[in-house]
Ligand binder design. Structure first.
Ligand code: GRF
Length: 199
């Protein structure tokens, strides 16, 4: 064994949680597939038919379906994560509230991305196009992305990173969504690396 080689066990093993398409998860998987210290080790979805599960299969990342009810089952959920030696959780379009036991089991080790500048346009029910439609309706001159730690209140934990996007009156919710997603794909992997890579 070479002295400075990193075995799978030594890497930060990341679980990606999502309920939808999984475009952020895929960007993260691609970025860290061959990374020396960070490993996308598991994809978790509450929806059997979520696109994120297809992305996991395509990239040969193990996946698990944990339903809304199962997520309340502490023993079961913790076992799934422990079986995959998970030590960090990245939410990427995960629509369920993270239960307290999971926050306590992963203190400051669960992060989320929100497609607006929190605390504006956040909270329960603010996800997907609803966010961009609300931004448009408000006439805001800017939106952006927020990466934050997860606590027990929706979209509330300590902010790690924000990036602004200027808006013009001609922007539509759809064009706003496109611009936001582009920034998410650029910044989420970078921020994950800055948090986890102790090289
Ligand atoms: C992203 O806009 C993210 O901010 C939000 O959900 C969306 C997920 O998109 N939390 P995708 O599933 O990564 O394509």
């Amino acid at each position: 064994m070479f002295k400075n080689s990193t075995s799978k066990e030594d890497k930060v093993q990341v679980a990606l949680f999502g309920s939808g398409t999984g475009s952020n998860a895929e960007t993260i998987i691609k970025t860290f597939k061959d990374h020396p210290t960070i490993l996308p080790a598991l994809v978790v979805s509450n929806k059997v038919d979520a696109g994120i599960l297809n992305k996991a299969a395509f990239h040969n990342i193990p996946s698990a379906v944990i339903s809304k009810e199962e997520l309340q089952d502490q023993e079961k959920t913790i076992k799934v994560l422990a079986d995959h030696k998970i030590n960090f959780i990245v939410l990427a379009g995960f629509l369920l509230k993270i239960p307290s036991y999971l926050i306590n089991a992963f203190p400051n080790k669960i992060i989320n991305i929100h497609p607006a500048l929190l605390p504006d346009f956040g909270g329960k029910g603010m996800y997907g196009m609803r966010v961009h439609e609300a931004v448009k309706r408000s006439g805001a001159s800017k939106t952006g992305i927020t990466i934050h730690y997860v606590d027990e209140v929706y979209d509330h934990g300590k902010v790690i990173f924000q990036r602004q996007i200027k808006l013009t009156p001609s922007d539509s919710p759809e064009s706003i969504a496109q611009m936001v997603l582009k920034e998410e794909h650029e910044w989420y992997p970078k921020i994950i690396e800055s948090l986890l890579h102790k090289g």
